[in-house]
Write a new protein. Structure first.
Length: 364
């Protein structure tokens, strides 16, 4: 055999690389650049864990206006992205790319010529379920998802919903929660406070329940810089400040104490949260503070069963339960959260789903 790499075919339809007598199959994962916020950070975090822990190869995608490309320009762009992919490899697509469904479709089609290549779709979000105006595109998205050999979905609720709408992919891995690999001081326990921390941009994106907060006994703490906001005047609202990274936010939440509130007023998002995995839930749990969630969210049973917080049907119910809670009850809950939070802080949810996906794809 010649020195270096050679390509040969196995069973007539799979091509692999052999380097110094070893068969090598590479696993690739897409990673999104040019987009901040939770959506961009989630892809960066997952790709980072995949590269560090498993030596997966990154396929970098930049968020850009696809319509500005001619077909030749787009083909050239995609050629550059997939240059490291070979026959028989595995590609994990983190979806959506936020470049529009047409880009995602064309990107997947670019792999049609690779013999034996396997495709894993890791669905972070389903855009038609996030915006009412996009709901008419759900059928197109599901038809696209059906091109996968295996699909990673945020919850069992999401799997059942998409299956009812036409999803036919047989191999499915359930994510359950987002990790938050933050660096915090675990020697300082969160304080028992009758306070709910709400981590969201309430200045740019006002929330009615924030503006209408009326509890005198339970304080609402929001992630905003102190300022003159008419909606906060004479209300039991505290300003935590604004934080540019997850570690700083987690530190501030742990220092704040009390509870982390995962909530929404928008009916579309209330429905969506029944099926998706919310990044802020991971941030709250990684920070070590118990959470307050609606009883309908995908992981509400886990919150109850593991004593990680309160699963309630209304904010009034949440306020009443916080008012009645004792310091001993809170401290036991905070200890359980810290123990569970080790999974999230060390990226074990991502490690598990990345391992399970490849194992199920090749073994089952």
């Amino acid at each position: 055999m010649n020195q270096g790499s050679v390509i040969y075919t196995i069973s007539g339809n799979r091509s692999w690389k052999e380097v110094e007598g070893n068969i090598i199959m590479k696993v690739h994962i897409t990673n999104l650049y040019g987009m901040g916020g939770a959506a961009g950070n989630a892809q960066q975090m997952t790709a980072g864990i995949a590269q560090k822990e498993f030596n997966y190869h990154e396929l970098g995608i930049y968020k850009y206006p696809m319509n500005s490309d001619t077909p030749d320009m787009l083909r050239t762009r995609l050629d550059g992205i997939v240059a490291s992919v070979s026959h028989g490899d595995i590609v994990i697509f983190q979806l959506p790319t936020w470049n529009g469904i047409r880009f995602d479709e064309v990107f997947e089609e670019h792999f049609r010529g690779y013999r034996g290549l396997k495709k894993i779709f890791f669905i972070h979000d389903v855009p038609p379920l996030m915006e009412k105006k996009l709901f008419g595109e759900l059928e197109r998205y599901i038809a696209f998802y059906n091109r996968a050999d295996l699909i990673i979905l945020p919850s069992r609720n999401m799997a059942e919903y998409l299956q009812a709408k036409g999803l036919t992919v047989k191999k499915i891995v359930i994510q359950r929660m987002w990790d938050a690999p933050v660096d915090i001081d675990l020697t300082k326990m969160p304080k028992f406070r009758k306070r709910m921390n709400f981590a969201a941009n309430v200045v740019m994106y006002p929330r009615p329940f924030v503006q209408n907060w009326n509890s005198d006994r339970v304080e609402l703490a929001v992630t905003a810089e102190p300022g003159n906001y008419a909606w906060a005047d004479h209300k039991n609202i505290h300003f935590l400040g604004w934080f540019e990274n997850e570690s700083a936010l987690a530190y501030a939440l742990r220092k704040s104490g009390g509870f982390g509130l995962l909530w929404h007023d928008d009916p579309v998002w209330i429905e969506y949260m029944k099926r998706n995995a919310c990044c802020k839930l991971g941030t709250y749990l990684a920070s070590g503070i118990p959470v307050i969630v609606h009883s309908s969210i995908a992981e509400a049973d886990t919150i109850r069963r593991k004593n990680l917080g309160l699963a309630v049907d209304s904010l009034d119910e949440a306020v009443n339960q916080v008012e009645q809670m004792t310091e001993d009850q809170y401290n036991r809950m905070a200890q359980d959260v810290d123990s569970f939070g080790n999974l999230i802080r060390q990226g074990f949810f991502a490690k598990k789903l990345l391992t399970d996906a490849v194992f199920q794809l090749l073994y089952d």
